[in-house]
Design a protein around this ligand. Structure first.
Ligand code: N01
Length: 551
């Protein structure tokens, strides 16, 4: 059976689609657009009421992307680049959501998206060579291909602290913030979690609340964002230079616009190893990265994530900054991260985070002194006493990489269940395909650079690779593609080898699934860089999709 030029397979039921795409965030929207360009009939199923994915749900106060706006946006369309103007270096969630809505409308995507439609199951019907996708409202939709665009950080979690349902005040999850603005004026607020989300929320809530208690289990490394409005001449320069910026981003030569030549600023010199620099040079380089702000502090030394000494120099610089900013030395010490290498958990980017602890109406409750035991009717009980609260905010993270996929009952060839296949941790080939699951693709799936890259760059690469793959299948009359067991095993080994050559897997983080009780601890991300990864994927395609079986 071949896919016809109209995208309709001969003999297929009229409502059989070429592809179902799950999720209408950055990935699902571009995938729909790309498949339409190939003349395929595709539909996006989206649990939420609108486009945006993570940028729809994570609408907490202070939510921003910590990758710079001009590069955290689609690069595939010159029109979109030309027509959209980012207002700030780091865009707010409302601005990113407005951008995604703009892209969806500009590309006329909404007519093929079913909103408020949560996918509960996807089963491959081998005889018909179709994916049968079931939704929460009891419908079934069939398609030849199923493409999971479900996001890496879309399955948020409440921790298993006992008593949460007993609390008489308001409980809010950062990733499911209420639609209406929450007024914290005069309220006693407790925030659990000091990762990227908590660090963005805390300064904003603290400025409004009567009193804020920050419950910290592990101190995080955070660098200032140095957010600022984008000057018109800078925006114009980015549009003019867009082609070259896109080339460099895709090759992994630059990561954000901190690396671009901003008018009036010299580009940051390429990193050298810490050992190649004198102590004065190292200090100047760290100071310069701190002054510029942003997550690219991680690249101050070229060996920062592989060499313990280089890593410690970069980590210690941040601790010294914390001690300078936070006036109470005891509080400063508690805010200093010491238990893990910088970068082994995602570095945070903040605006006024550490300075917030100088406010008289903010109290740091550190786990070492007062571990949380329970949520009670009145607040939070720790070993150090009970804190009475009106609101508790949980910024406690996500079941990353696999949570959204395993929330669905996905079954492949001969009924193979994804939950069984991944019981010892996720296994994929390239983070794109899975042995035993024909015609199923994952965009930024486990085993790809995904969250270890500017994820929009990685999304575009996967979407284009999948689109080209389906074009190729059509051209040779193939209707089925599946990763081989051998290719998958080799890739999983390679992902592990690359990761274990760095310091990144050396701590218990969501990168290894350690934040979810009972989740197998396996490093889930390809950290070899988007450039080398793109080369590998391109070579696989050029070799007739080596490591996949096509029929
Ligand atoms: O989640 P996290 P996040 N008791 O898992 C604590 C992206 N993102 O939503 O470290 C007490 O990082 C937990 O403590 P510990 C970005 O990739 C990007 O903040 O496990 N505390 C930790 O402090 C990011 O990395 C942006 O000891 C508990 C916090 O909760 C990823 O999303 C913004 C606990 C969870 O931190 C996730 O970030 C936001 C418990 N039982 C998110 N359980 C930007 O672009 C958990 N914690 C800016």
């Amino acid at each position: 059976m071949t896919i016809s030029s109209t995208g309709q397979p001969p003999g297929a039921a009229p409502d059989t689609l070429d592809a179902i795409i799950v999720g209408a965030g950055f990935a699902g929207l571009y995938m729909l657009h790309r498949l339409r360009q190939s003349g395929l009939r595709a539909m996006v199923l989206e649990a939420g009421p609108d486009v945006g994915g993570t940028w729809y749900w994570n609408r907490y106060p202070g939510a921003r992307c910590d990758v710079e706006s001009v590069v955290y946006s689609y690069s595939f369309s010159d029109e979109l680049v030309r027509e959209w103007n980012w207002s700030e270096k780091f865009a707010t969630q409302p601005e990113i959501l407005a951008y995604i809505r703009f892209a969806a409308d500009r590309l006329d995507l909404r007519r093929d998206i079913r909103f408020n439609t949560r996918v509960t199951a996807a089963h491959h019907d081998g005889a018909a060579n179709l994916w049968r996708v079931q939704t929460e409202d009891g419908r079934e939709i069939a398609a030849h291909f199923c493409i999971m665009a479900t996001g890496c950080l879309s399955s948020s979690r409440l921790p298993d602290i006992p008593g949460i349902s007993a609390f008489k005040g308001q409980v809010i999850q950062s990733a499911h913030w209420p639609d209406e603005p929450v007024d914290f004026t005069g309220k006693r607020v407790g925030i659990i979690g000091t990762g990227s989300s908590g660090i963005q929320i805390i300064p904003i809530v603290a400025a409004q609340a009567g009193h804020t208690h920050v419950f910290q289990r592990t101190a995080a490394y955070s660098v200032p964002a140095r957010n600022a409005p984008l000057a018109p001449d800078y925006r114009a320069a980015v549009k003019v230079g867009h082609g070259e910026i896109r080339r460099q981003l895709r090759a992994g030569l630059i990561h954000g616009n901190s690396d671009l030549r901003v008018p009036g600023e010299e580009p940051v010199p390429p990193g050298r190893t810490a050992a190649e620099m004198t102590p004065a040079e190292r200090e100047a380089a760290l100071e310069e990265r701190w002054r510029r702000g942003g997550a690219w502090y991680m690249f101050t030394f070229s060996d920062q994530v592989v060499d313990r000494q280089a890593n410690e120099i970069a980590a210690d610089f941040i601790r010294r900054k914390i001690r300078q900013i936070v006036k109470d030395p005891a509080v400063a010490e508690k805010l200093c991260p010491t238990s893990y290498a910088i970068g082994a958990k995602r570095i945070c980017v903040d605006t006024n985070y550490y300075a917030t602890f100088n406010r008289p109406d903010v109290t740091l409750v550190d786990h070492a002194d007062a571990p949380i035991r329970a949520v009670t009717e009145k607040g939070i009980r720790t070993d150090g006493g009970e804190y009475e609260l009106d609101v508790i905010i949980f910024a406690t993270g996500f079941d990353a990489m696999t949570g959204a996929l395993l929330a669905m009952d996905i079954r492949g060839r001969d009924g193979l269940c994804l939950r069984d296949k991944w019981q010892d941790g996720p296994r994929t080939y390239l983070g794109l395909g899975l042995a035993g699951f024909p015609n199923l693709f994952t965009i930024t799936g486990p085993g790809s650079p995904s969250v270890f890259s500017n994820v929009v760059v990685s999304i575009e690469q996967h979407v284009e690779w999948i689109g080209d793959c389906l074009d190729h299948m059509k051209s040779i009359g193939a209707t089925r593609i599946e990763a081989t067991e051998q290719a998958e095993t080799d890739w999983v080994r390679h992902v592990g080898e690359v990761a274990h050559a760095t310091l990144i897997p050396t701590t218990r983080s969501w990168y290894v699934g350690a934040n979810i009780p009972g989740k197998p601890n396996v490093f889930m991300i390809y950290v070899g860089g988007v450039g080398p990864y793109r080369d590998i994927c391109n070579r696989v395609a050029a070799a007739g999709y080596a490591g996949f079986t096509l029929s």
